[in-house]
Design a protein. Structure first.
Ligand code: CUA
Length: 343
C-alpha cells in the first residue's frame, strides 16, 4: 500500500502549531502579571534582585534551547524528511544530547554558585537583628537590641529601607521555612538549630512572607506582613511596639479587658502592662496596630477578631488555640473591641 507523500519543500501550518501558540501566549500574559507584594519576580531587595536575574537567565536559556529543539523537530518533520546519514545522526545525538547540555548546565551551575557568597554573607556588625521562631502556625518575632533588650512582636515585621538586617531563624515544633519572596530567598527553620539569613530591602512597600515548607494542616495559613519603611517611621514603630499596652478607651473595650482576664486568655497571650503574661501564643500588646490578624489571615477588624475567637477551629484548622464559641455574643464582641483597640 502506498501512503501519499507530501511535497517536502512546502511545509503547512497544522492545527498543532496553533495549539502551541494558544499555550505560549497566555503564559507570557500570565508572567507579565507576576508583580505585587509576594513575587520573586518583582524584587524589592538585593538578594531577590540577584535571584530574579538568575531566574531570567535560566528562562532565556531554556527558551533558546526549546526553540532550537523545536526548530530541529520541524526541520526533520516538514523540511527534510526521510533518512539522514548515520554519521550526522550520531553527531547530533552526542553533540546535542551530551556535550551541549553539559556545557549549558556547567555554565548555569557556575553562575548560580557564584551568587552564593553574596546571598549568604552576614549583615555587618551593628545591623538590625531579628529573631523569628516558626510556630504552628504563626511567627514569633523578637527585635534584639544591642544591650540584650528584646521587643516581642508577632506575625508582622517592619524593616528600615536600604539597611541590612540579620535574621536568626528557629523553629519551636516542626520544620518551617521563612520566605519573603520580594526580598530574599527562603531559609528553613529547623528545631534545635539557629539558621541565619541576611537581607537588604531596597524599596519601600508592604510585602508578604510565607512558610515555604509543609508543616501541617494550616501550613498555607501561616503568613506574615512585611513593612519596609523609612528609618524615621521604623524608629517610631519599634518605639511604640516596646511600650506597654494602652488602656481601653471605651466601656465596651474595658469590659473586654476584664473578660480577657476572666476567661484565662492571659495564660497563653501577653498584653504587656497588664496581668496577661502568657508566652504560648502571640504577644497581643499592640495587636490592634497590625495590618492583619491570625498570621496574615484576616483583616484587622473588630468583627474579624470576633470571628477568630469564636471559630479558631474552622478559620485555622488544628490551631492550638481553642474556639471560644461557648462565650455569649456580647462577651465575644467586648473582647474583640478590646483587642482591636490595642494599638
Ligand atoms: Cu510552617 Cu509551613
Amino acid at each position: 500500500m502506498h501512503l501519499p507523500v507530501k511535497n517536502r519543500r512546502s511545509p503547512t501550518i497544522r492545527p498543532g502549531c496553533l495549539r502551541i501558540l494558544w499555550v505560549v501566549l497566555p503564559s507570557i500574559v500570565l508572567l507579565a502579571g507576576c508583580s505585587g507584594r509576594q513575587s520573586a519576580l518583582s524584587p524589592a531587595g538585593q538578594s531577590a534582585q540577584q535571584i530574579a536575574v538568575l531566574f531570567w537567565w535560566m528562562v532565556a536559556g531554556a527558551a533558546l534551547i526549546w526553540l532550537i529543539v523545536i526548530g530541529l523537530a520541524f526541520y526533520a518533520a516538514y523540511i527534510r524528511r526521510g533518512r539522514h546519514s548515520r554519521r550526522q545522526s550520531a553527531l547530533l545525538i552526542i553533540g546535542g544530547g551530551t556535550v551541549f547540555p553539559t556545557i549549558v548546565l556547567i555554565g548555569l551551575l557556575a553562575y548560580g554558585l557564584a551568587l552564593i557568597p553574596s546571598l549568604m554573607s552576614p549583615a555587618p556588625p551593628g545591623s538590625l537583628r531579628i529573631r523569628v521562631v516558626g510556630e504552628q502556625w504563626w511567627w514569633r518575632v523578637h527585635y534584639e537590641g544591642a544591650n540584650g533588650e528584646s521587643v516581642p512582636v508577632a506575625n508582622e515585621i517592619h524593616l528600615p529601607v536600604g539597611e541590612p538586617v540579620q535574621f536568626q531563624l528557629e523553629a519551636a515544633d516542626v520544620i518551617h521555612s521563612f520566605w519573603i519572596p520580594s526580598l530574599a530567598g527562603k531559609v528553613d527553620m529547623i528545631p534545635g538549630r539557629i539558621n541565619q539569613l541576611s537581607l537588604l530591602p531596597t524599596k519601600v512597600g508592604v510585602y508578604r512572607g510565607v512558610c515555604a515548607e509543609y508543616c501541617g494542616a494550616s501550613h498555607a495559613l501561616m503568613n506574615f506582613d512585611v513593612v519596609v519603611e523609612e528609618r524615621a517611621e521604623f524608629d517610631a514603630w519599634i518605639a511604640h511596639q516596646a511600650d506597654p499596652a494602652n488602656t481601653p478607651d471605651s466601656p465596651d473595650a474595658a469590659q473586654g479587658s476584664s473578660l480577657f482576664a476572666k476567661n484565662g486568655c492571659g495564660a497563653c497571650h501577653a498584653v504587656r502592662g497588664t496581668s496577661a503574661n502568657g508566652v504560648v501564643g502571640p504577644d497581643l500588646t499592640h495587636v490592634g496596630s497590625r495590618l492583619s490578624i491570625g498570621a496574615s489571615l484576616l483583616p484587622n477588624e473588630e468583627n474579624e477578631f470576633h470571628r477568630w475567637i469564636e471559630h479558631t477551629d474552622t478559620v485555622k484548622p488544628e490551631v492550638i488555640m481553642p474556639a471560644y464559641s461557648m462565650l455569649p455574643e456580647e462577651d465575644l464582641q467586648a473582647i474583640a473591641a478590646y483587642l482591636e483597640g490595642l494599638e
